[in-house]
Design a protein around this ligand. Structure first.
Ligand code: ZN
Length: 327
């Protein structure tokens, strides 16, 4: 009798010990149900939250967050979320009042609003206080991580060691990416470092990487239409600075940038349209560009190729990531 009972007792003892260990407790709790607005915010939460979170992004590839309106299904998902994470600073303009109402009754975090305002660029456009496109400067984006760790840890204290370790790893990755982007973009001749894009998302990028200016056919939001005078003024800038390439974006209609190209041609300057940039949305989830690291890599390489620079060696800290995508 004792011989047959012994293995069961041992198993029971082991399972009690396992349940009492931090690893056991964490795995017995279901992952924190996080609903994020943009794919970029969702990527950040997945990187930092790891196995302790389950993240749903409301906006997929090619979706413009300035204009996006929550569907009935989205509202239900948001109401069931244990944590709502959004960018903030009016990026999600059409969802702004809904997100503020939800924040009164559910744990909600606007990651971009956790960064010290003195590091941000004020803007005068209607509805905005600061330019919300922080993620286009990786060193600034990594500053959103401590606020995210704090919010996640409050809701899943048992996962604190995992959140801290993931945060340290991802911050190091973002800083390595930033260093590589800086070295790569510095290879573009200074007189060509003027970036013309579909909407005004690249001001942090321009400031971080030594671009003289970032000009856009549409404003900080894509809501206001570009006027003929705006198109003409940008075309004149392109012609007078002999800018070789201008850029469309994956989530913005290319017609304004095509109009700038046509207006420059009328003035005798042939400007090419570079590979589409990712600004407010990432690429398809099963591609490298469907991750934050991959979308920034793509943008930096596309801008460097079109404006006549040479890529710097890829950082060793991001080798494992690149190998995963066969890059
Ligand atoms: Zn935008």
């Amino acid at each position: 009798m004792t011989i047959t009972l012994y293995p069961y007792l041992l198993l029971a003892l082991l399972s009690v010990l396992f349940a009492l260990s931090p690893v056991g407790l964490a795995s017995h709790q279901s992952p924190l149900n996080v609903v994020a607005t943009t794919s970029i915010v969702a990527d950040l939460v997945r990187e930092v939250g790891g196995d302790c979170v389950s993240v749903t992004a409301l906006m997929g590839p090619g979706v413009d967050p300035h204009l996006y309106r929550a569907s009935a299904g989205d509202v239900q998902r948001l109401n069931e979320a244990e944590l709502i994470v959004y960018n903030g600073w009016f990026l999600e303009g059409a969802m702004d009042s809904l997100l503020k109402r939800l924040a009164e009754r559910r744990p909600t975090l606007a990651v971009a609003e956790t960064v010290a305002p003195e590091l941000l660029l004020p803007v005068g456009e209607e509805g905005f206080q600061y330019d919300p496109h922080l993620w286009l400067d990786p060193s600034l984006w990594q500053q959103t991580i401590p606020g995210l760790v704090k919010a996640l840890t409050e809701l899943r204290p048992i996962c604190a060691p995992e959140f801290d370790a993931n945060a340290a790893r991802h911050q190091a990755e973002l800083l390595a990416l930033h260093g590589w982007a800086q070295a790569t973009l510095a290879s573009i001749p200074p007189e060509r470092r003027i970036l013309v894009t579909a909407h005004d998302a690249y001001n942090y990028f321009a400031a971080a990487f030594g671009f003289e200016a970032s000009e856009a056919a549409q404003g900080i939001s894509t809501e206001a239409e570009a006027g003929i005078a705006d198109i003409r003024a940008i075309a004149e800038l392109v012609v007078s600075h002999q800018i070789p390439a201008i850029f469309v974006e994956t989530a913005v209609n290319p017609r304004n940038i095509e109009a700038v190209q046509a207006a420059a041609r009328d003035r005798g300057w042939e400007v090419t349209i570079g590979a589409p940039l990712f600004a407010d949305a990432m690429g398809d989830p099963d591609t490298a560009e469907g991750s934050y690291l991959g979308m920034i890599r793509h943008n930096v390489l596309a801008i460097t190729a079109a404006l006549g620079g040479t890529p710097a060696p890829w950082p060793a800290a991001l080798d494992a990531w690149a190998e995963r995508w066969g890059l």
